[in-house]
Design a protein around this ligand. Structure first.
Ligand code: FRU
Length: 505
């Protein structure tokens, strides 16, 4: 397999074949990054959910691994699917799964039961029930054993939410050193609530608190996670709660989205800062960034997110084959105080190969062809407010501009935008073509935009990374040209830094 099929991402993770959705169980362990993910071993649409697996030593080059947790009874009589969850290193062997001095990795995930049944543990489940289970690995994450004697470890939501038995999912588990406890945050999807549980051994869980509903509640809440980060590099620690929302994503997008809250966590309760509740905080303002999850196993000051670069609205019909869905570029997270608000800032992690820089004192109104071709590019543009109303870059364009993806800045509204209405094949779903915007105040009139384009996506970072817009595109093979555009007048003081990004396959 050469990974050169049409639309095949050259530096974003994709499975060789078949359907993928959420990243799961992200963990850095023993010098290796493990990426597990929702995977259908039997086809290119959602089904038979299992945990696919890939490993990397640098977050750029991935090696496919055998399926880690395969749907029970696959393919003919599936009795349990492995829905989303997370993984931790149980270094103190609190779970007792360790053998000799080998500490276990433990994954906590949602068991989805398509049939009513009595399980090996003696527990009974209803049709379509969602419960939380665990599995462990004694070979550093390569093979896994489900805890059948005890699973599920959380059979159902608390009694007052008993009717939510089919909407109880996606445990985000972590070790809370200050209280010496495991914490798991689990979604009551329909109710827009996060349930926070604590445990000593990853097996017995006790409900500690609830969070939500707050801010965006347009769809269901899924894939929650909670993690600490220092503010402004060395300031006090704040906690970030990330929550997927489907549908009901950012304004103008058709389906899934991811929001975050900044606040405090004391081992039992997450309390969002009042400023964080004044408006929804979108992790990404585009249509294709969902179920974001960070790695466990890195120092607490280092957070790296990966998200599913697709959208439930049209994810099953995007024109790729024999795989469907890619992961976002890994993004290093930090908390920075910007305009008096503690803001999540993202910085993409990828090899920075040699490129070139170019300067223009002024670019005239209209389009200016760049001496820059290719479909996998990393470009950074800095420019200053002058007479134009819009300025930006066009990527993956045909020479006649009949196909193009426009990424720019609107000086009148101070917004970053991505326009994929002419980006190529877009007719597989009526909601796919669109323009997506994110607020981005200029700094003394100066704006910086970084664009990562790949064979079927653009990820755009504004400012220092305080906003991003991620969108899939499906351009034709001829769409390799790049242009600058300046509307209603010239734009001055332009700095372009550009490099081609090489295939990681
Ligand atoms: C989110 C999600 C999760 C669930 C998984 C099933 O995309 O719906 O809530 O665990 O996908 O594949």
């Amino acid at each position: 397999q050469d990974y050169k099929e049409q639309y095949r991402p050259q530096y974003h993770y994709t499975p060789a074949k078949n359907w993928m959705n959420d990243p799961n169980g992200l963990i850095f362990h023993d010098g290796i990054y493990h990426l597990f993910y929702q995977y259908n071993p039997g086809g290119t649409t959602w089904g038979a959910m299992s945990w696919g697996h890939a490993t990397s030593s640098d977050l750029a080059h991935w090696e496919h691994q055998p399926v880690a947790l395969q749907a029970r009874g696959f393919p003919d009589n599936i009795t349990e699917m492995f829905f989303s969850g997370t993984a931790v290193a149980d270094v103190n062997n609190t779970s007792g799964f360790g053998a000799g001095d080998k500490a276990p990795l433990v994954a906590m995930y949602t068991s989805y039961y398509p049939q009513a049944q009595t399980l090996p543990s003696g527990k009974s489940v209803e049709v379509n029930q969602q419960s939380q289970s665990i599995a462990y690995s004694l070979d550093d994450g390569f093979t896994w054993t489900t805890y059948d004697e005890g699973n599920p470890v959380l059979l159902s939501p608390p009694p007052e939410y008993a009717d939510q038995i089919r909407e109880f999912r996606d445990p985000g588990v972590f070790w809370h050193a200050a209280s010496s406890k495991w914490v798991s945050v689990i979604s009551l999807a329909q109710l827009h609530k996060l349930l926070i549980y604590t445990s000593d051994d990853l097996k017995e869980w006790e409900l500690a608190s609830e969070f939500g509903p707050e801010n965006a509640v347009g769809g269901v809440w899924e894939c929650p996670s909670l993690f600490p980060l220092p503010v402004d590099g060395d300031g006090g620690v704040k906690w970030v709660a990330q929550v997927g929302l489907n549908p009901g994503g950012p304004p103008g997008t058709p389906g899934s989205g991811t929001q975050y809250f900044v606040g405090d966590f004391d081992g039992t309760t997450f309390t969002a800062d009042p400023e964080s509740l004044q408006q929804t905080n979108w992790l990404d303002w585009g249509p294709d960034f969902y179920a974001a999850l960070s790695f466990s196993g890195l120092p607490d000051t280092e957070r790296v997110d990966i998200a599913w670069m697709n959208n439930w609205k049209y994810g099953g019909v995007i024109p790729t084959d024999p795989w469907r869905s890619a992961m976002s570029i890994p993004r290093k997270l930090s908390l920075e105080t910007i305009d008096n608000t503690v803001t999540l800032v993202q910085s993409p992690v990828l090899d920075e190969e040699a490129g070139f820089t170019q300067h223009w004192d002024s670019v005239p109104a209209g389009v200016t062809k760049l001496n820059l071709t290719g479909k996998a590019l990393d470009t950074t543009l800095t420019f200053t407010k002058s007479e134009s109303t819009y300025f930006g870059i066009i990527v993956q364009a045909t020479a006649d501009l009949s196909e193009q993806t426009r990424i720019g800045y609107d000086f009148t509204t101070e917004q970053l935008f991505v326009n994929r209405t002419l980006s190529g094949v877009a007719d597989f779903d009526g909601s796919f073509p669109g323009v997506y915007s994110a607020p981005l105040p200029s700094r003394n009139g100066t704006v910086t935009i970084r664009v990562l384009s790949d064979w079927s996506s653009v990820e755009v970072f504004g400012g220092q990374g305080e906003v991003s817009i991620t969108a899939q595109i499906f351009p034709s093979d001829a769409a390799i040209e790049s242009f600058l555009f300046s509307m209603d007048g010239p734009t001055s003081n332009i700095e372009l830094e550009a490099r081609e990004v090489h295939s990681v396959w």
